[in-house]
Design a protein around this ligand. Sequence first.
Ligand code: FAD
Ligand code: FES
Length: 268
Amino acid sequence: MEETTKDLEGVVFSHEEVADGFRFLQIRIDGHLPCARPGQFVQIRPSRTTTTPFLRMPLSVSHVDRVGSTFGVLYDVVGPKTRALSDMNEGDRIDCLGPLGNPFPDVPDDARPVLVGGGIGVPPLLHLGTHLRSTGMDPILIVGARTAGKHLPLELLSPASEHVRLATDDGSLGHHGFVTDLLAQALKEEDKPVVYTCGPHPMMAAVASATESADVRCYSSLEEYMACGFGVCVGCVVERRTQANSPYDQFTRVCVDGPVYDATEIVW
Ligand SMILES: Cc1cc2nc3c(=O)[nH]c(=O)nc-3n(C[C@H](O)[C@H](O)[C@H](O)COP(=O)(O)OP(=O)(O)OC[C@H]3O[C@@H](n4cnc5c(N)ncnc54)[C@H](O)[C@@H]3O)c2cc1C
Ligand code: FES
């Protein structure tokens, strides 16, 4: 992929299961250096030649390897589109539209980035953490999952942070409880934290509430259902908190205005 959005055909470079149902797919697009910034996503579909699945699926870019000319996505197999993707093998051709959406904003001066992810929201934070570390920053990465088997392996998490803190709902790995418990602890430890979050809606709503109460800046990457992915179908709207003059302005299209928002802008 190049800096501008392109509709290109790539090839599956590697594809493996890395946790329960979670797969890591690396794609190479001949003649194009991958360049998605942290927070951006691609709309992908197993092939141009079939009509099933009909719609592309949005997946966050989790890895960019400019030397090997590949980019990676991590996805959980949850339904027809992700199941079709999971059948792809090395060398298969894959339809890629991207990069799409706006990246996470820069970290303010002197602030300590605290990345909070859950489930399918972890992939964009891996790209963000790896990028921040390459610029000399030292992010904390807090990750939640239902159970130990749903956690990505440390070799995928550690490039994004030297301070990985895990939680599980059932207590089978790390902290027994929610990521918000670990976030509260991190907010106490840090003088000037800034939070970046992506995950299930209730988790991000809780993170938004905790950061607002603590008067800490928080950027959330929303993963709404999407159809087109480029602003036409209005299938991905969420409500803004500020009162607008028209219903049209009251709502925002996550695919083109987001997916990253200041958490205080959104009606959770
Ligand atoms: C900007 C963006 C980035 C995304 N990044 C990733 C990613 O990096 N990895 C990843 O695994 N998924 C990601 N998703 C979600 C992914 O697009 C959906 O899981 C996928 O489209 C599901 O398609 P399906 O046909 O397999 O399942 P469907 O039949 O569409 O859904 C199966 C189940 O998954 C749930 N589901 C589907 N879409 C979403 C969603 N957007 N948010 C929450 N729950 C959903 C449904 O409620 C249902 O229970 C992202 C979504 C967006 C909008
Ligand atoms: S997905 Fe079509 S407008 Fe956002």
